[in-house]
Design a protein around this ligand. Sequence first.
Ligand code: MSP
Length: 651
Amino acid sequence: MEKQRFYITTPIYYPSANAHIGHGLTTVLADAMTRYKKMQGFETRFLTGMDEHGQKIAKAAAAGGKSPQRHVDDMAVIWQNLWEKLMIDNDDFIRTTEERHIKGVEKLFRTIYDKGDIYLSHYQGWYCVSCETYFTERQVGEEHICPDCGKAVDIIEEESYFFRMSKYQDRLLRYIEENPYFIQPASRRNEMINFVKGGLEDLCISRTSFDWGIPVPINEKHVIYVWFDALSNYITALGYGSDDTALYDAFWPADVHLMAKDIIRFHTVIWPIILMAADLPLPKKVFGHGWVLLDSGKMSKSKGNVVDPQLLIEKYGVAAVRYFLLREIPSGQDGYYSEAALVQRINIDLANDYGNLVSRTVAMIEKYFDGIVPAAGSAEPIDRELEELAAAVVPEAAAYMDKLDFANALAAVFKLISRANKYIDETAPWALAKDPAERQRLATVMVHLLESVRIATMLLTPAMPNIPPLVWAQTGHEAAACLDWQQLAWGGTKAGQQVKKGEGLFPRIEWKEEEAKAAAKAEAKQAETAAKAAAVPAEAAAAPALIDYETFAHVDLRVAEVLSCEPIPKADKLLKLEIAIGEERRTLVAGVAQHYTPEEMVGRKIIVVANLKPAKLRGVESQGMLLAAADGSRLEVITLPPDVASGSKVR
Ligand code: MSP
């Protein structure tokens, strides 16, 4: 029977010498997903690569005194090395300066042009080189600042080809609404529905003021807009536009385009419309995960707070880094990185729970059975309970992995690991070993433990692919018998197999006391600030002093629409909201998490204090404050009817 296929992609990365663990999250997640699908019997394809054209790259190359091609060649080596160190097993690495890609983009452009959906006109407006994005006058405001990255935008005025996106607005909206799983998680989906409903303008898709790009096939004066060029990689890497379309035929449409949330808009608006215009099928799912944040906010080169994954791999090993990213960052939401949290995951989950289970089990079989796995006797209720838990954890982990939720999938695996550790305490093998009459019972217990180790280790393979071979070398399991999902059925441990104690899988990290203390202090301070912000001001209860109208008029109250909303990890009172005040986008932190779910917030028209000084809560900058009524323990966010225009002044 022909295998089912699975095609997953990450974004193609900009050439940069500052790869950080945030970038690593996407590729590790895609890699773990691919390994899981392989275990399930799928024929998989995993694509990553580099986004090498555009004005930003031309500028960076010039600043470094290199030709753009030389610049991107040097950077490609950096990314590829990093992926190798992170054990990223991609099938292909596409670079947009490759001939195969250029041919595909030309074909795509021509197809859409021939259809009449690309036309020549004139562009005058704002452009952020750093984000390679066009913005309207209102979006950049009076200060001419990019609403996404905050850098100064350029005014550009040039002849341009335009892509008739507006024509596809209704079709796209219908598609998103009819295919609930197309955009995931749901909060991103709602955000995009609102965005598309806000109206789509035709998109400028060529530039004439620089030449580092793919020339427009019908007019060499122009180069193709870098996002049109970059998005096409997902099909050009499969041979679209070449003579050999075997891979395209087998793997398109993609099962998942994976990325961080900041580029979801390009993938769920521009990319589907390009595909619609070219009469090509749309990807099945676009999944936007959250950001890896630091206490000091989002990692960025300018802040100098970039965490280099290579250093972490050298210090703690690749398995721990991969495990941390997958376990600690909640699916679809932002999560925090700190070295203290990483060390804690290593010491508690990996060393104490998992590593210990493996080493205790192997040591006991060596001690009590000379290292030869005995035959199990009949199972008692406590043994059956362990078997049943293992049988339940396998589908539970699979269900989470299918949703790209490795944090919960790994939590499920650790339920089995914890249960097995407890089983040791409950069955007390050391006591059984003292009584010759309990020899058979002891054998049964050992086999149950070793089988739990086998199942847990198999389930951990997608996250930590270098660990199973080390475990099998100690447990004596045949690697070939621990590869497929079907082999997760209870009973793979065989009498007669030989165990052999080896080195500890995850040595405990001695985390210096001062470091731990400093980390805990920083945490506590943050929590305190967050709690203060979340609390309804005490002054509200006391009779407030009178103010004149002029004082009141200083407060800029505006109607805003909640575009998306998510919890803030480790802050049970706070929600993080992305809001629109008219054309302007902002982030708000609000202490309403105990009264509203994120879903209940999305789509609301609320009132915000728009000129409040920004404040950082839990590392997230809150650019304003929402209004809510506090009635005892009840809290009601003031919500206006949906047709009140966002941006309206509240008087
Ligand atoms: N070149 C574009 C993508 C084009 S895809 C057709 C690009 N490249 S990037 O190098 O800037 O970013 C690649 C990915 O890394 C993006 O999904 C981006 O959101 C993600 N991340 C960058 N910083 C991140 C974190 N701090 N946390 C999680 N992901 C992060 O965008």
